[in-house]
Write a protein that binds this ligand. Structure first.
Ligand code: OOG
Ligand code: MG
Length: 251
């Protein structure tokens, strides 16, 4: 029988959906799910993909309710997921959905065990972002262990213009965001929906890495998690996240 990692890897590269691996391979816990994610990430890196940051997921109540899970998760962003020109690669997507998010860019390393203040001081820029999620599981139905092993449904993402972040001045908790599919507003929300503040989500993420030896590196991007529930879209749609700090579109 094919391993969990090979099953997820093949589904992603072959662009087809699969049953939950907790059904086909039996239940496993969250630490094991992160171990599988790491193995999957290593397999992709052997193919030449490069880690450029991380994504946080299920950080808002709306997303937790939509997906039926109850605590935040994290995954890896690769260089070829970044849509610098906003052109969506549909040939790599099974059943994509879009989420309005706030992205941050780090200008200093955040070492394991860093304090909250050190983390804040290491954030150089923030920007509006769209996270395209594409669960490899049928109908986006999964347990927390499944979705963690599947690199948190990571697929592609776009980021708008970066603006400087100042921990004392930037009001990162009150950014209004509205996701448009074409001319239609699919969802709207405010960045405080993400655990009260995207910075809180980042702090929890940093703390969760403490035992793993992984550091956030200078230059890396982190998607801080969906502000609203995710919305489906189709080929040809212009998808836009309109926010108080600017907008970003993809097509
Ligand atoms: C998991 C990924 C969730 C977010 O921002 O909450 C996520 C999923 O819903 O498929 O990216
Ligand atoms: Mg997301």
């Amino acid at each position: 029988m094919k391993s969990i990692v090979d099953t997820l890897y093949d589904a992603q590269l072959g662009v087809y959906d699969i049953s939950k691996v907790t059904d086909t391979h039996g239940a496993f816990d969250i630490p094991e799910a992160y171990r599988l994610q790491e193995e999957l990430v290593e397999k992709f890196m052997t193919d030449g993909r490069r880690i450029i940051g991380y994504k946080l997921g299920l950080t808002s109540r709306e997303k937790m309710m939509q997906m039926g899970v109850e605590s935040p998760i994290h995954g890896v962003l690769f260089d070829d997921m970044y849509l610098e020109d906003g052109a969506i690669h549909y040939d790599r997507l099974i059943h994509p959905k879009a989420e309005p998010e706030v992205a941050v860019k780090f200008i200093e390393d955040v070492l394991p065990g860093a304090s909250d203040d050190e983390l804040k001081a290491a954030i150089g820029f923030i920007a509006p972002a769209i996270d395209i999620i594409d669960s490899r599981f049928k109908d986006f139905k999964f347990t927390m262990a499944d979705v963690v092993a599947d690199n948190c449904s990571a697929a592609q993402f776009a980021v708008g213009e970066w603006i400087p972040y100042n921990p004392d001045e930037t009001d990162i908790d009150n950014i209004k965001a509205a996701l448009y599919i074409g001319d239609e507003c699919a969802s709207e929300g405010i960045s405080s929906a993400v655990l009260g503040s995207p910075v809180t989500a980042l702090m929890e993420f940093k703390d969760s890495l403490a035992g793993s030896g992984i550091a956030i590196k200078r230059g890396q991007i982190v998607l801080t998690g969906a502000i609203t529930a995710a919305s489906s879209f189709n080929k040809g749609d212009i998808v836009t996240n309109k926010t108080d700090i600017g907008s970003v579109s993809m097509k």
